[in-house]
Write a protein of this length. Sequence first.
Length: 326
Amino acid sequence: MKMGNQSYFKVLIICLIAIIGSTHAQLQPGFYAKSCPKAEQIVLKYVHDHIPNAPSLAAALIRLHFHDCFVKGCDASVLLNSTQTNQAEKDAIPNLTLRGYEFIDTIKSLVEKECPGVVSCADILTLTARDSIHAIGGPYWKVPTGRRDGIISKAADTFTSLPAPFHNLTVLLTLFGNVGLDANDLVLLSGAHTIGVSHCSTISTRLYNFTGKGDQDPDLDNEYAKNLKTFKCKNINDQTTLIEMDPGSRNTFDLGYFKQVVKRRGLFQSDAALLKSSTTRSILAQHLQSNEKFFTEFGRSMEKMGRINVKIGTEGEIRKHCAFIN
């Protein structure tokens, strides 16, 4: 009886290992090596042909990838169009300033010409985000492939899943924790704010009416706030003016954002939140010490993010066009 139990447990363990192994085996480097060997090269070539001429798109594409992964996982659901009966993620308020859809669509069409119905939009978005950041001098990280595309996209899901510029540290850590990311990932991925721009409307409350009494956010450096009010966001109703998240180097992937944050010049409340605990302050200080270390660790967090709730095997589908389910 004892020997029988031991044999049973051995078989059970072997089966569990096999199941776990098969789950991860489908998300792997070079997933399309046989089915579409030129896929990754097509993505890379298009990115390197176009991003140097439009470097601001790198920020847009990594943001698109981030907004996709945090809602239902990295399944390209953010790329789906709304229908008469469903408002999709891309039309939710938090996503109205997203861009880069046409860029992804063009790459998808090129890949489809090479290998119809083989490469997912989810993989194309993930690869494009990585290649775009690298094209402007940022880090390079591994992108295992094999994701499949989701067929559900609901605007309402963005409000409960996406970290927002006005969130405090507790909420940010909760939302990151919900998708398997930790405080280190929060700080590192916030580092992507070293590139790109935002709108004055995103920070108008911080500047003009933080507690509803016509006041300014005390966590915001006075000199920086004064500069923004004088030269950029001149009134609380400005909906159109763009502001750099890392002034002076919005197209350069570097430590500039972290340097701004420690000076209390992070643009968003979510940036200022990184100074609210000894844990996140310590992580911030560590990454300020070395550009090389930041690049390496940022890449690891991006690879980790790219694995959030991926669809593999027979889940979802391989869309023919990224904006529509088949």
